[in-house]
Ligand binder design. Structure first.
Ligand SMILES: Nc1ncnc2c1ncn2[C@@H]1O[C@H](COP(=O)(O)OP(=O)(O)OP(=O)(O)O)[C@@H](O)[C@H]1O
Length: 253
């Protein structure tokens, strides 16, 4: 089976300083992958390159078999409609003056997708998918009338409404308390399975990554130092750096 997202030999250099150096990563539809590493490891830069927000210095990014780095700008933009980014601060990213229903509908309005009625149906379906029920009740609320976890669910509903095939979530749980963090990572894995999404979850928290994702990829200094199934990486890390992260995450000495 070919992967939905295939990153090969990706390098990004900022002002002469390498931030990402020869990264290979493949993510299949229905799979949730955690990209883990400390501050400055280059995780966000990988996501930004996939999303077209930074230009790679070398390498290729294939989405659904098409090389985004070689595609013309316009075609690249059209292809990237099949992916959606969720950032860390759900409160800052939700316009305070709009109701949840309007916020979730926004990507469809921007991309001129559907009619008023079909948009409303899609909004309610997306709110149900992220378990904000009753959806009609949540659609009528404002962001300040929601908890932090509910706000992040709204951000995911907004991400889902245009039916993306790839979800890139960059530290989507920071600012949430421990139990909400677990709820959000469970939700991402559930969405991968039920909606056939490819999910890339960027986090510095290995314990959180290990909670429910299928595979863990560890980055350090712009490079991938380890990749494997979640169970294998946690139980039997092959790289010293991963072993240190596992020890820190499990409280072992
Ligand atoms: N726009 C930029 N201009 C110059 N350097 C940058 C820029 N963005 C990131 N960097 C540098 O690139 C390196 C990788 O940063 P990146 O944000 O990708 O790491 P990260 O693993 O996501 O870290 P964090 O967990 O702290 O967000 C860092 O050394 C950072 O200082």
């Amino acid at each position: 089976m070919s992967a939905l997202l295939e990153i090969a030999s990706l390098s990004v250099v900022y002002n002469g300083v390498p931030a990402v150096d020869g990264v290979h990563l493949q993510v299949a539809a229905g799979e949730s992958v955690a990209l883990v590493g400390g501050s400055g490891a280059g995780k966000s830069t990988v996501a930004r390159a996939v999303a077209g927000l930074v230009t790679p210095t070398a390498g290729s990014i294939r989405f659904d078999g098409i090389d985004l780095t070689a595609a013309a700008r316009r075609r690249g933009r059209a292809l990237r409609r099949g992916m959606h980014l969720v950032f860390q601060d759900p409160y800052a990213s939700l316009p305070p003056g709009l109701r949840v229903g309007e916020i979730v509908a926004e990507p469809m309005v921007i991309h001129r997708i559907g009619t008023r009625d079909s948009r409303r149906a899609a909004v309610l379906e997306a709110l149900e998918a992220v378990r904000l029920a009753p959806a009609t009740d949540f659609a009528a609320r404002y962001p300040h009338e929601l908890s932090g976890g509910q706000r992040q669910r709204v951000a995911f509903a907004r991400a889902l409404v245009t039916r993306p095939r790839l979800l890139l979530a960059d530290e989507p749980t920071s600012g949430l308390d421990a139990s909400l963090r677990l709820e959000i990572v469970d939700l991402m894995t559930e969405l991968a399975r039920t909606q056939g999404l490819a999910v890339v979850h960027i986090t510095h928290d290995l314990a959180l990554a290990g909670h429910s994702c299928d595979r863990i990829v560890v980055m350090r200094d712009g490079r991938i130092v380890e990749t494997g199934s979640t169970a294998t990486v946690l139980a039997n890390p092959s790289h010293q750096y991963t072993a240190a992260l596992v020890a820190a995450a499990t409280g072992a000495h």
